[in-house]
Design a protein around this ligand. Structure first.
Ligand code: PGA
Length: 269
């Protein structure tokens, strides 16, 4: 019953979103060049798309993106608005320079910066309070997968947010990125079936808090998405686009992924 409800709503409610996470890559010249190429590659493409360059280049990227259909994302944010927090950047500052999406809880931040589930929940709230769209990454490590804990881990990572917010209002405009850690940067993506299984699990879990939010929330897949595997991933009913790392650093590759999402969107209408 729940399946029917969710699948029936799918195409009417959700537009795929493809976001390029540039991570710690780029320089002044490369930002200009890559955005110029992306603008050309994506002319006339009907898909929600964004890029997330390093913080130091966001303002430059905002200028470069002016008048284009490509939105701007940031890779991280602090929970505070202002004050004595050396080195940090607030959601309000990011909004001020034209950022729309903020990635939070990426596995690289969970691992290298020891970010906890509860800190990520606070970041989610800070992003929403600034009127921006969080892209909250969740996903299991290889060890957790091998131990059979994939669903337990993803449920735990989701629940810390879902239990602390008004789900129907806070997830209205929010993105979840399911990124199995073992697939990130390895060249080994989850198979379309594996990814669909988890996306459906995530959507059904959110539906226990709010059916409407579950139907509306964008659930991206991330982890070694490229121009060769994108089409099959996007054909899955619960996969609403992708968070792309390595393949987002080349305009042609990234554009092919965006076009795959756009094509799937057109054919499913
Ligand atoms: P990848 O990275 O596409 O290089 O695997 C994805 C991510 O970290 O978001």
């Amino acid at each position: 019953m729940l399946d029917i409800f969710i699948i029936n709503w799918r195409n009417k409610m959700r537009q795929p979103l493809v976001v390029g996470n540039w991570k710690l890559n780029g320089n002044h010249q490369m930002v200009n060049q890559l955005i110029l190429e992306l603008r050309q590659e994506l002319i006339g493409v009907d898909c929600n798309v964004a890029i997330a360059p390093p913080t130091v280049y966001l303002d430059q990227a905002a200028d470069n993106l002016s008048g284009s259909c490509i939105a701007l994302g940031a890779q991280d944010v602090d929970i505070n608005k202002t004050g004595a927090f050396t080195g940090e950047t607030s959601a309000h500052m990011l909004k001020d320079i034209g950022v729309k999406y903020i990635i939070i809880g990426h596995s690289e931040r969970r691992t290298f910066h020891k970010e906890s589930d509860s800190l990520i929940a606070e970041k989610f709230i800070a992003v929403k309070e600034a009127g921006l769209i969080p892209i909250m990454c969740i996903g299991e490590t290889e060890a957790e997968k091998n131990a059979g804990d994939t669903q337990v881990v993803c449920k735990r990572q989701l629940d810390v947010v879902l239990k602390n917010v008004d789900v129907s209002c806070m997830l209205e405009s929010a993105v979840i990125a399911y990124e199995p850690v073992w697939a990130i940067g390895t060249g080994t993506s989850a198979t379309p079936n594996q990814a669909q299984f988890m996306h459906k699990f995530i959507r059904e879990h959110i539906a226990q808090y709010s059916y409407e939010a579950a139907n509306k929330v964008i659930i991206q897949y991330g982890g070694s998405v490229n121009s060769a595997n994108a089409t099959k991933l996007f054909a899955q009913p619960d996969i609403d686009g992708a968070l792309v790392g390595g393949a987002s650093l080349q305009a042609k590759n990234f554009a092919m992924i965006v076009k795959a999402a756009s094509k799937n969107n057109m054919t499913s209408l």
